[in-house]
Design a protein around this ligand. Structure first.
Ligand SMILES: Nc1nc2c(ncn2[C@@H]2O[C@H](COP(=O)(O)OP(=O)(O)O)[C@@H](O)[C@H]2O)c(=O)[nH]1
Ligand SMILES: [Mg+2]
Length: 265
């Protein structure tokens, strides 16, 4: 007989973004914020290659797969070893799930692997995400690196990557302007205006873009608008603990739109 574990009010938050975009720092900062607000949170490290994350994980993929050993044993480089480690992690998914369930806390904050593109485009990435969350409500925080999105072409290409990742994971996604402390208030407001009013981005692209991008920018922006990616990015500074409350509010808003009582198999 199949035993069903019922999980009430368990929400999965996947932190995703390109390498160095601030995923681990945000995981640490948001965990701290949730804990001081007396909200229960289980922190999961899903990056086999991380050496010293800035938080203490409750559940850690490194307890199941040894990235260093995989590299050594199979003679692989960093990317090949990550792919192999994630493929191997699939066979431990039930153990990871069980650990998360055992904690029984409301929020499950999951720090995803550094090389986002490998995680998103290989089958193991989406499989890990869908198996971990089961039927529980879930969303992703997609980090846009302040260093990259400060220019219009950088912003546009990061948004396109976010959409492409969204297609792979099909989770509600919150766009986050990560490391906002590196930008002036004026710049932050400009980037927010790009996210909510595409015509402002169009004007900026007309000035800075070159070649193909200049030629196609208006069609690309129209597609972005059509698929409804016009919600505002949230500026967050993990370093200065800024933006956490607004992030929490946005998470609540999205999760309130779905079921908050689910059965987990
Ligand atoms: N100034 C600033 N730097 C940050 C912030 N968040 C992360 N960083 C830095 O960005 C680098 C990459 O951060 P990390 O969290 O490891 O990125 P990950 O690869 O996406 O997990 C590190 O040097 C962090 O100290 C932030 O809010 N402000
Ligand atoms: Mg990291």
């Amino acid at each position: 007989m199949k035993i069903e574990i019922t999980v009430q009010n368990m929400f999965f938050i996947f932190v995703i973004g390109t390498a160095g975009s601030g995923k681990s720092a945000l995981t640490a900062a948001f965990e701290k914020w949730l804990a001081t607000s007396e909200l229960g949170v289980t922190v999961v490290n899903l990056d086999p290659g991380v050496e010293d994350p800035p938080y203490t994980s409750d559940v850690d993929i490194r307890e199941y797969v040894d990235y260093g050993q995989i590299m050594h044993e199979f003679g692989l480089g960093p990317n090949g070893a990550l792919v192999a480690a994630l493929d191997m992690a699939i066979s431990h998914i039930d153990d990871l799930k069980e650990e998360i369930i055992d904690y029984g806390r409301n929020y499950v904050l999951i720090d995803c692997p550094g090389q986002m593109e490998l995680f998103a485009y290989r089958n193991s990435g989406p499989l890990l995400i869908s198996s971990l969350k089961g039927n529980n409500p879930a969303l992703s925080l997609y980090l846009l690196d302040a260093n990259i999105v400060r220019t219009p072409p950088g912003y546009l290409s990061s948004m396109l990557l976010g959409i492409s990742i969204n297609i792979r994971f099909s989770l509600p996604q919150i766009g986050i302007l990560s490391k906002s402390d590196l930008l002036s208030e004026e710049k932050v407001n400009e980037i927010i205006s790009w996210s909510t009013q595409p015509f402002i981005l169009q004007d900026a692209l007309d000035i800075t873009a070159e070649g193909m991008l200049k030629e196609y920018s208006s069609s690309i922006l129209r597609v972005l608008e059509d698929i409804g990616s016009g919600s505002s990015v949230l500026p967050i500074s993990s370093r200065q603990m800024e933006g956490m409350e607004i992030l929490y509010g946005e998470i609540q808003r999205i999760l309130a739109g779905g079921e908050n009582y689910q059965t987990y198999e």
